[in-house]
Write a protein that binds this ligand. Structure first.
Ligand code: NAP
Ligand code: GLV
Length: 310
């Protein structure tokens, strides 16, 4: 049985192929490169693989994605509906997403930005105490990432609500479900945290109209995908003063191009898609277990439902 590793960005084959081979001695692992010969593989372990992989490896039966989001994968040509796609479930990413959201939230709510500026002016100037009730947080997407993020923020005493397709009963988190409840969810939210998958339904979901429903002084934390956000709408809402700030990890074009308005904006914090990094040890352990279950014909969790797009 042949398996391939293919990643076009971020993950280096030198780091991944040997650990995968060690964890799965029962398969023969190859590093797949576009200019190389076709391997005739049945299994692929991938992260944003080269565009022609499915056309050149038509014998694939299953693809194991080294990340939670499968949007880039589903866009590739030649991906047959018969190929099962499995995504990474947590694998050490969710706690990082929670850390990122708490960093961005508390930087705004506790005014750490202000203190940073004051320090540069050698000013000792305590700011007014915060009321947590003034910083209601709304988490879009209550899956593996969103649930962990919402729980971590709720544990700090902020009012938190989650919004998903289906209702999620999570103790301490107010539950909103479906497009019919989006407006109410946004109206009660000041800090909006996005952990949605990118699908046709969620593309452009962060726009002038939806962000305009947030409470005054709103802050956006986008950790999901750049295509969720209509970038010029965010800039307009920041300029108008309706929104106070944004912390953005993902962008329509990555790397964020030189000269992009986000780089120098005083109220935007930019990070280079690192909110929830794929961790080698955790990912290899999870993927190798999933591959084994798949080869034994057992149920495997994390199956992507094509009709849903996640
Ligand atoms: P997941 O477990 O599949 O959760 C997705 C959540 O979004 C579910 O709660 C789902 O609702 C909800 N959802 C999907 N479509 C929706 C819609 N149209 N309306 C309302 N809710 C909708 O995914 P995950 O593991 O949490 O990952 C989520 C995303 O985070 C990934 O797709 C990726 O884009 C992003 N991510 C980014 C980084 C980073 O480093 N920046 C790292 C990891 C992940 P149901 O529960 O009702 O199905
Ligand atoms: C990262 O962006 C992921 O989807 O895992």
């Amino acid at each position: 049985m042949k398996a391939i590793f293919a990643a076009s960005s971020g993950l280096n084959s030198d780091d991944w192929v040997a650990p995968l081979q060690n964890a799965l001695p029962e398969v023969d692992f190859y590093n797949w490169v576009p200019e190389g010969p076709a391997i005739g593989a049945e299994i692929a372990v991938v992260w944003q693989p080269p565009a022609d992989i499915f056309q050149r490896e038509p014998g694939l039966r299953a693809v194991f994605n080294l990340g939670a989001g499968v949007d880039a994968l589903l866009r590739l040509p030649g991906l047959s509906k018969n190929v099962a796609i499995f995504r990474l479930e947590d694998g050490g990413m969710a706690v990082q997403m929670a850390e990122y959201a708490i960093y961005a939230l508390t930087r705004a709510s506790r005014q750490f930005d202000v203190y940073q500026r004051l320090q540069s002016q050698e000013q000792w100037q305590p700011q007014p105490d915060i009321r947590r009730a003034d910083w209601s947080v709304g988490v879009m997407g209550m899956g593996v990432m969103g649930k962990r993020v919402a729980q971590a923020i709720a544990a700090l005493g902020y009012p938190v609500a989650g919004w998903a397709r289906s209702g999620k009963q999570v103790p301490g988190i107010d539950n909103y479900a479906g497009s019919g409840h989006l407006e109410a969810f946004l109206k009660r939210t000041r800090v909006l945290v996005n952990t949605l998958p990118l699908t046709p339904e969620t593309t452009g979901i962060l726009n002038r109209q939806t962000l305009g429903l947030l409470q005054p002084g709103a802050h956006l934390i986008n950790m999901a995908r750049g295509e969720h956000l209509v970038e010029e709408d965010l800039l307009a809402l920041l300029d108008s003063g309706h929104m106070q700030g944004a912390t953005l990890d993902v962008f329509q074009q990555e790397p964020l191009p030189a000269g992009h308005a986000f780089w120098q904006h005083p109220n935007i914090t930019v990070t280079p898609h690192i909110a929830g990094a794929t961790l080698l040890e955790e990912a290899v352990s999870q993927v190798s277990e999933k591959v084994r279950q798949f080869l034994r014909g057992e149920p495997v969790t994390g199956l992507v439902l094509r009709e849903r797009g996640y």
